[in-house]
Design a protein around this ligand. Structure first.
Ligand code: WTA
Length: 654
């Protein structure tokens, strides 16, 4: 790798960002990157030295086997060292660095009445009180606690309280159904469930406690009622201004199991000695969907996850203490775990939901939604404080990238397109904002300690330019350790296909300058007349059309070509779907990719089926394209009504 100079359109880091950046230029990145691969022991030891270890590591920083043919797969980071995550992200800052008065979170609820600033000292005290409550309920080191909460401060208190006493949190996004919640409680065998009475999503009142009750009932019916206590928080939306409860919500109550948060927190002591854990003890489980339907409990451990999330946060967002950082994710997803809770807190960062934000991190789908409304709404706001923009979750089409860069970042803020997974714990391919020249749509280069390579179908490594399976040759501290209670599934899913490598399941192209371009899930690959292409590629071509806000492409069986392209397109407001547009779109794709990629079907899709985290559910679109009425499990779908509408607009013939 050399400093990239290319014929392609490039965006170079702004000078004012370079001035006090942690990694101020590409050569520094390269030097650090080389060190991280050639001498990982020294590299990670230096990072570990910034944290508190009750007992230091005596053995190697990283040990692993990535080769199924040589025995069981494992990754260990600093095994034998003793520490505590909560101590490192709170006590260390408050007691050792005197940062108690720094704001950890500015919290903004749904209504303007609901907002507060929480300092590191306040956070520590709430977390300790909650930790004592959990202990009172009988929760011990290694026990699992399921958390089903909206984005309220108590969610952070509870997860850190678990970390403090060595309990393993399993957060279930509060948009999931009772069935999904039950499935996750049963798999984790949690002894406590933490939830809230209710929450407003927009105007809609959601009775969370009722869903939680249904989930627990289902657990009991399956004879796996591990949960003995349900801790219930009164959501700020259901209190009066002075904090008293107001009953807009009917909450059913089981006195044998249910406990009001307020009642037990009131007298709970503010002191709680952290439980000193092994660096390789579990920190949390987070469920992610698997290709076979049943969600996988991705398991992360204490030490490595601490090192990796704190380091990626510091470098990728080039964190400085006067920053105000806003990540739009929900803590129910990995992005929230790593980049709202653990990574930012480990750096003593201030995170928010508003005001003079300097670093902003969101998903491409949110950007494309914003694009629909044009630049005008943005002009009402002062965006001058912004310095770095980030994206995550799916490939970003160059069109949306440039709009984000120009309209939101006003041409001055680098866009860090961070590629990673629940499984990777933190960013694995990503630009560093002051060091990496950017190409719109590329996640650019690997982060420190990460060694990617691209394989073809036969498992052969591609040199230089090429497209195939993105795999990693060795672990970094933050990678998952197992699928909870199913190590075999872990080995089978990620290590079987190509022995010696962690297989991401994503397709990737490396260009002549060494830049990595994610091309979408391999299972979203399309094979038209023997030509492999990615859904993302076709979607990027389609969305270059000025009338389009978003596009999703799936395959549909075709007699001659094997598969053909079936495209769902969402138009910008005020644009009309007609024959002329369809022809223009076909021409555009033909021009951008080649005749082989010409779509056979283009369907108007006023809304696309998405998960609650904003990912397009292509599986559902495939069924619609094929007119298959049995859609399987729809519980992760944000709005089930869209399915019917899309069926009604189906294209029969080309
Ligand atoms: C996709 C989210 C392209 C990818 C952190 C991956 C991306 C899956 C990007 C993981 C990106 C995530 N460019 N694709 N920058 N980031 N993906 O587990 O397919 O919810 O495998 O973790 O999202 O999704 P997950």
């Amino acid at each position: 790798m050399v400093v990239p100079e290319s014929q392609d359109k490039m965006y170079y880091p702004p000078d004012d960002l370079k001035r006090d950046a942690h990694v101020p230029d590409f050569n520094t990145y390269l030097a650090l990157y080389r060190k991280s691969l050639e001498n990982p022991e020294a590299f990670w030891k230096e990072i570990a030295d910034e944290f508190f270890w009750k007992k230091p590591a005596t053995g190697p920083m990283l040990q692993y086997n990535f080769d199924v043919t040589k025995g069981t797969i494992y990754v260990k980071c600093m095994e034998g060292a003793k520490t505590n995550m909560c101590y490192n992200v709170l006590d260390r800052l408050v007691k050792e660095r005197d940062l108690g008065e720094r704001v950890a979170y500015y919290w903004e609820g749904n209504s303007p009445d609901h907002h507060m600033a929480i300092t590191y000292r306040q956070l520590l005290s709430q977390v300790c009180r909650c930790a004592n409550v959990l202990k009172q309920m009988g929760v011990k080191k290694g026990d699992r606690v399921s958390i089903y909460l909206p984005m309220i401060p108590e969610l952070v208190y509870t997860m850190l309280a678990c970390a403090r006493i060595g309990a393993v949190h399993s957060i279930v996004f509060a948009g999931f159904s009772s069935e999904s919640l039950c499935e996750r409680i049963v798999d984790a065998q949690s002894s406590v469930l933490v939830t809230a009475d209710g929450v407003y999503r927009g105007e809609k009142l959601i009775n969370l406690k009722q869903i939680a009750d249904e989930a627990l009932k289902k657990c009991r019916e399956r004879a796996s009622s591990s949960v003995t206590k349900c801790l219930v928080i009164k959501h700020p939306a259901f209190r009066t201004k002075d904090g008293a409860a107001c009953n807009k919500l009917q909450t059913s109550w089981d006195p044998g199991c249910d406990v009001w948060w307020d009642e037990v927190m009131r007298d709970s002591p503010e002191e709680c000695e952290p439980e000193w854990l092994d660096a390789e003890d579990p920190l949390f489980i987070l469920y992610t969907s698997g290709s076979t339907g049943k969600p996988k409990g991705v398991l992360h451990t204490v030490g490595g996850y601490l090192l990796y999330t704190s380091l990626t946060f510091k470098y990728v967002f080039d964190h400085h203490h006067d920053d105000v950082y806003w990540c739009t994710a929900d803590i129910g997803w990995i992005t929230g775990h790593s980049y709202i809770t653990y990574g930012p807190l480990a750096n003593g960062a201030t995170s928010v939901l508003k005001y003079k934000v300097t670093k902003f991190y969101t998903a491409p789908t949110a950007i494309r939604l914003l694009m629909k409304y044009g630049r005008e709404p943005l002009q009402k706001y002062d965006l001058s404080s912004l310095r770095i923009l980030g994206t995550v979750g799916e490939p970003i089409n160059p069109e949306a990238w440039e709009w984000y860069h120009d309209a939101v970042g006003q041409g001055r803020c680098p866009v860090v397109d961070t590629y990673w997974q629940t499984e990777t714990g933190g960013h694995v391919l990503t630009p560093l904002p002051a060091a990496t020249p950017l190409k719109p749509g590329s996640a650019t280069f690997p982060f420190f300690g990460v060694e990617p390579t691209i394989l073809n179908e036969h498992g052969e490594e591609l040199e230089g330019e090429g497209e195939g399976y993105l795999v990693f040759r060795r672990p970094w501290p933050g990678i998952m350790r197992s699928v909870y209670r199913n190590h075999e599934r872990f080995e089978k899913t990620y290590f079987k296909k190509f022995p010696g490598f962690y297989v991401t399941g994503d397709g990737c192209r490396r260009d002549k300058d060494g830049y990595y371009w994610m091309t979408g899930r391999i299972d979203d690959m399309l094979n038209v007349s023997g030509h492999l292409m990615s859904t993302a590629e076709v979607e990027a071509a389609l969305t270059e059309h000025p009338a389009l806000a978003e596009a999703a492409v799936v395959s549909r069986p075709h007699k001659v070509k094997g598969e053909c392209l079936y495209c769902f397109v969402t138009l910008k407001d005020s644009r009309e779907f007609n024959h002329k547009l369809v022809e223009e779109l076909k021409r555009l794709v033909r021009e951008k990719i080649g005749p082989i990629a010409t779509p056979d079907f283009i369907q108007n899709a006023p809304v696309l089926p998405k998960t609650r985290s904003g990912k397009i559910m292509r599986r559902i679109l495939r069924h619609i394209a094929r007119n298959e009425k049995d859609l399987g499990d729809l519980s992760t779908l944000a709005d089930p009504k869209v399915v019917e509408e899309l069926f009604s607009k189906r294209c029969e013939a080309a």
